[in-house]
Design a protein around this ligand. Structure first.
Ligand code: AMP
Length: 383
């Protein structure tokens, strides 16, 4: 009998719910995880060993690098310098260049266009006068966003009319990393495409997901997105072009607007993504498992949906779990976090073999939990 090989260790930078779900998916593959975060109560620490360090604590990161076989991210805003430093010591996926592009809305949108993905009109803004120049080109309504460190609608100011420019500048002008002005898109729907690329170039996508946001934060997702027609193959081709251009390894999400039947790129998340949580129960292979497989050089799993799925995001506080647990094919995810306004504290996924049954299950859960408003757009899309 040969001795069992040492189990690989996947290092994860950031210890939030994405790291937690990655760790849970890694375990059955025989992959151990080690998480780094600066917060002692980071919720991934409840399911995986946690090292406390911030992104500039190179002594702690040196020890971490020596303990792991591969490094990946739960958090895309790890400084590019830290990612490069780690990549000199250990395999890092996705590569630091892909991370750097996705960290900067200007670089990201420029790349989208180079790869054939249209975007809302945009202009870089560095000064108050620059904002006026950009507004003269783009006009209102538009959105002023920080180029870096913005997510979930944070670091954004909606310019409804040109006279809002002063207020927008007062709110965001002090940002040291520069700003971007984007045309406001009166989109018909929001979709995301989740894709995965392996170390040897195998590329797969899950069916498109339709998403609804409240105050810039994901509220509900539905998959497969109904009636997408040719948008599925179009999104797939664009995601592949981007992934190959960046030599990307792992899962990523492209957030897309649909306007006049065309796809416009909003942003790219260089990691597993909230709009892909339905894949845990609703796809043959989840985004978390395929990310672990990809970064460790294992074969990828089937990304087909196994039926129809809807995901409720729980923001701020968790509702009562019982109505979801009682529902047929209802699945509860508590991230183990303290309640806080605006914080993602959990989600629930409901699955069914057909859209009509899914609508009935989602409608019943929404009614009992008094979440009718949250579920209404998804229920309309299911009819
Ligand atoms: P973001 O943080 O850029 O993903 O924005 C969060 C949400 O704000 C998006 O999912 C959209 O619902 C909305 N949003 C962002 N940018 C635009 C835009 N240019 N036009 C219309 N809505 C937008």
């Amino acid at each position: 009998m040969t001795a069992r090989q040492k189990q690989p260790v996947l290092g994860i930078l950031g210890g939030g719910q994405l790291a937690r779900m990655l760790a849970l998916a890694a375990a059955p593959l025989g992959v151990n995880t080690l998480v780094v975060d600066s917060a002692a109560d980071a919720c991934a620490g409840q399911v995986a060993p946690l090292r406390l360090a911030d992104w500039s604590d190179f002594a702690a990161l040196e020890k971490f690098a020596a303990e792991v076989d591969v490094v990946t991210f739960d958090f895309e805003n790890v400084p590019a310098d830290t990612a490069h430093w780690l990549a000199e010591r250990v395999a890092v996926f996705p590569n630091p260049r892909a991370l750097a592009v996705a960290q900067d809305r200007l670089a990201e949108k420029t790349l989208f266009r180079e790869c054939g993905l249209q975007t809302p009109a945009f202009e870089a803004v560095d000064t108050r006068e620059g904002l006026d120049r950009a507004l003269a080109k783009i006009d209102a309504p538009s959105i002023l966003k920080t180029r870096r460190l913005g997510y979930d609608g944070k670091g954004q100011f909606r310019i409804k009319q040109l006279s809002d420019a002063d207020a927008a500048w007062e709110t965001l002008g002090a940002n040291a990393h520069g700003l971007i002005l984007e045309a406001f898109v009166p989109f018909k729907r929001e979709l995301s495409v989740l894709a995965v690329r392996s170390r040897d170039g195998d590329f797969r996508v899950w069916p498109l997901t339709q998403n609804w946001h409240t105050d810039g934060v994901l509220s509900m997702s539905l998959a497969p997105a109904p009636e997408v027609g040719a948008l599925q193959s179009r999104a797939e081709a664009l995601a592949r072009t981007l992934a190959e251009h960046l030599d990307y390894v792992g899962v990523f999400a492209l957030e897309l607007f649909v306007k006049d039947g065309e796809l416009l790129g909003n942003e790219m998340a260089p990691r597993v993504h909230n709009s892909g949580h339905w894949t845990i129960e609703g796809a043959i292979t989840s985004q978390f498992e395929n990310h672990v497989r990809a970064v460790l050089g294992l074969p990828l799993g089937d990304t087909s949906a196994s039926g129809f799925s809807a995901m409720f995001n729980w923001i701020g506080v968790l509702p009562d779990a019982a109505p979801v647990l009682r529902a047929i094919d209802g699945h509860w995810h508590d991230y183990g976090k303290q309640s806080r306004p605006g914080r993602k504290v959990g989600h629930a996924t409901v699955c069914a073999q057909d859209a009509k049954t899914l609508a009935a299950r989602v409608g019943e859960i929404a009614r009992v939990l008094k979440r009718e408003e949250q579920a209404a757009p998804a229920l309309r899309a299911l009819r």
